[in-house]
Write a protein that binds this ligand. Structure first.
Ligand SMILES: Cc1ncc(COP(=O)(O)O)c(C=O)c1O
Length: 382
């Protein structure tokens, strides 16, 4: 089938300009206040956002840091991870967790993901436990919470901390409990593409454990427990006040944005459900933040090209499993589900700014692609 695509504008993977257009005034006014007060690092704006985030997530403590990667790193250290320890984490995710673990001096132990959810498989976690296991880091991939309870059960009573990588899942939940409150500690990212995003870098550690919160607060600010009193060798990893002020403006809007993502996911599922593409799942009781809508097909590359011809952006998160990264130089064996996912995933646009007609245009394009003799999921040629 051919069609005239020339007059059509691109449907972007994400439209940050559209997100910020209605927020321009409140954001500029909040930034203006900070300029007048001259408070730029930590301070009132950060404390306020930390309280709001803790209330929203249902945790005692939320500590603003410089990025999601730092949030993971500091959470690992607060959980006691150090040289000689092992940290179990899924082989299919963003690279930040691997960096965070290696920087503690511990070893990363990758395990395979579940074929249905692409989240870490509790059975694989159980099989990877050793005497050196010091933490488990499940990742709530694409916004779908990893099964925290099943992972806890897999630990068979051992008191190993679970640290959620919740970077992609602000606002998701299981049985009414928000991600960020499901484990012992959690790390969020406010990178600009995230569901709750800063206008720059930012991150958050959450926990109900006061000892861990104290440790993260101390480490993020040069190991200080008071002005110029350094109890530890820490970092400079503080959330800045301007980002916190922006996050405070956006947090009350997040549920509405996530609901719009959910409505788009529902529309895709209805329109694409009869194709032989694999669609993302949301197990009963789980509420995804729908950070991505990742379809899977062996014809992934062709589908991406076809969508681009129709002026529809799509993205591959991620083109390789973590253990396949060159930095590991063959250190690990094979994790077949993770490897297959890396060859087959394609994320369709799902930003809350998409109009219904944008969503319909994406769905129509995928349907047209699947009916092509040279395209479609049966093709193994990509
Ligand atoms: C799953 C996951 N973990 C960690 C991170 C790291 O966050 P940041 O980019 O804020 O350091 C990201 C963000 O890209 C992510 O998607």
């Amino acid at each position: 089938m051919t069609r005239d695509i020339a007059p059509r504008t691109w449907i972007p993977a994400l439209d940050l300009a559209a997100q910020h257009r209605p927020l321009r005034e409140p954001i500029l006014s909040a930034l203006g206040e900070l300029l007048d007060r001259g408070h730029f690092v930590l301070g009132e704006a950060v404390e306020r956002f930390e309280k709001e985030a803790a209330n929203y997530l249902g945790v005692r403590e939320a500590i603003g840091v410089a990025s999601g990667t730092d949030a993971l790193h500091l959470a690992l250290i607060a959980a006691g991870v150090g040289p000689g320890d092992e940290v179990i984490t899924p082989a299919f995710s963003f690279f930040a967790i691997a960096e965070a673990v290696e920087r503690t001096g511990a070893s990363t132990v990758f395990v395979d993901v579940d074929d249905e959810t692409l989240n870490v498989s509790p059975e694989a976690v159980a099989a990877a436990l050793t005497d050196r296991t010091k933490a488990i880091v499940p990742v709530h991939l694409y916004g779908l919470p990893a099964p925290a309870e099943a992972i806890r059960d897999a630990l068979a009573g051992r008191a190993i901390p679970i640290i959620e990588d919740a970077a992609q899942a602000f606002g998701a939940s299981i049985g009414g409990r928000k991600t960020g409150s499901l484990g012992d500690l959690a790390a969020f990212s406010f990178y600009p593409t995230k569901n709750l995003a800063a206008c720059g870098d930012g991150g958050l550690v959450t926990t109900n454990r006061e000892d861990c919160a104290r440790e993260v607060r101390c480490l993020r600010d040069h190991g200080q427990t008071g002005k110029y009193r350094h109890e530890r060798f820490g970092w400079n990893s503080r959330l800045d006040a301007m980002q916190a002020a922006i996050l405070s403006i956006k947090l009350p809007l997040l549920d509405g944005w996530n609901q719009r993502r959910r409505a788009i996911a529902r529309a895709y599922r209805e329109r694409l459900g009869s194709l032989s593409l694999r669609l993302p799942v949301e197990p009963s009781g789980f509420v995804s933040a729908w950070h991505q809508f990742a379809v899977r097909t062996p014809g992934r590359n062709r589908l991406q090209e076809f969508l681009a011809e129709r002026r529809i952006a799509s993205s591959v998160h991620y083109p390789a499993a973590l253990h396949e990264q060159p930095v590991y130089r063959g250190r690990f064996g094979s994790f077949p589900t993770a490897e297959k996912a890396a060859r087959e995933v394609l994320c369709l646009p799902i930003g809350p700014e998409l109009s219904d007609s944008d969503v319909e245009r994406v769905a129509e394009a995928v349907i047209d692609w699947s009916s092509l003799p040279t395209g479609g999921p049966e093709s193994r040629g990509s």
